[in-house]
Ligand binder design. Structure first.
Ligand code: MN
Length: 237
């Protein structure tokens, strides 16, 4: 039986339609999950939403409002989606509190870090003197930079012991101060954090790249979704 996995949605720039890349849904389904799409709702609905699922995927999207990590917006900050910010931060905080397995992708990794009390660079040029190109101008499946992975990390374990991968990259914000209870487990050569994970037993993993766009190219990336579904399957409803 498929394991229900919540996947968060965003709003289009006009605020008229929900949006989510089809590849998130496909990757979760391919890994044995039943995708349950969660549109932005008032944060008080987070409890009810998480009752429907056994794992949570925080999808990619635009910038988080720097207000949530105690900063005023700098000109680097782009379009924000207030309802999405509020709902996803509530979902992530609750998932951490209730030990619901969680995978954060790109923006989702940033939401995980901020929900747990960390901060972001509003633009990664603020944290790195000679940054790599992290917003690639190439197809989404294309791997454009190397990522070094801590050998003793859960991420490396999930990837079968791999400690160096090439990934795609579509971000301009980056993790700055790590939240308590999270550790950085992967970096590019310019020092940008490319993955974080919780120290506890429950899976709470964030990756800055987009594995959902690479699963067809390299089955290694499906392992992240398999890990989420497997961790979610281990929880009693
Ligand atoms: Mn990157």
């Amino acid at each position: 039986m498929s394991v229900p996995i919540g996947i968060t949605l965003g709003l289009d720039p006009e605020g008229r339609r929900y949006q989510l890349g089809r590849l998130y849904v496909e990757a979760v389904h391919r890994a044995g999950g039943l995708p349950v799409l969660l549109p932005p709702l008032p944060p008080t609905e987070a409890i009810a939403a998480l009752r429907l699922v056994r794992g949570l995927l925080l999808s990619g999207g635009g910038d988080l409002d720097p207000h949530y990590f105690g900063e005023e917006p700098l000109p680097y900050t782009r379009r924000i989606d207030p309802s999405r910010d509020a709902f996803e931060l509530a979902l992530a905080g609750l998932a951490l509190k209730r030990s619901i397995p969680l995978l954060g992708i790109c923006r989702g990794m940033q939401v995980l870090n901020v929900a747990a009390g960390g901060t972001l660079y509003q633009d990664l040029t603020l944290g790195s003197s000679r940054p790599l190109k992290h917003y690639q101008e190439a197809p989404d499946w294309y791997a454009s930079h190397w990522v070094e992975i801590r050998p003793d990390s859960r991420l490396s374990h999930i990837l079968g012991g791999v400690t160096r991968i090439r990934t795609n990259s579509f971000h301009h914000q980056a993790v700055c101060r790590l939240a308590p209870g999270l550790r950085a487990v992967a970096w590019t050569s310019d020092g940008v954090v490319e993955a974080v994970e919780a120290e506890g037993k429950t899976l709470a993993l964030g990756v800055q790249f987009h594995p959902e766009a690479m699963v067809h190219q390299d089955p290694l990336f499906l392992r992240l979704f398999l890990a989420l579904v497997q961790a979610a399957g281990g929880i009693e409803p």
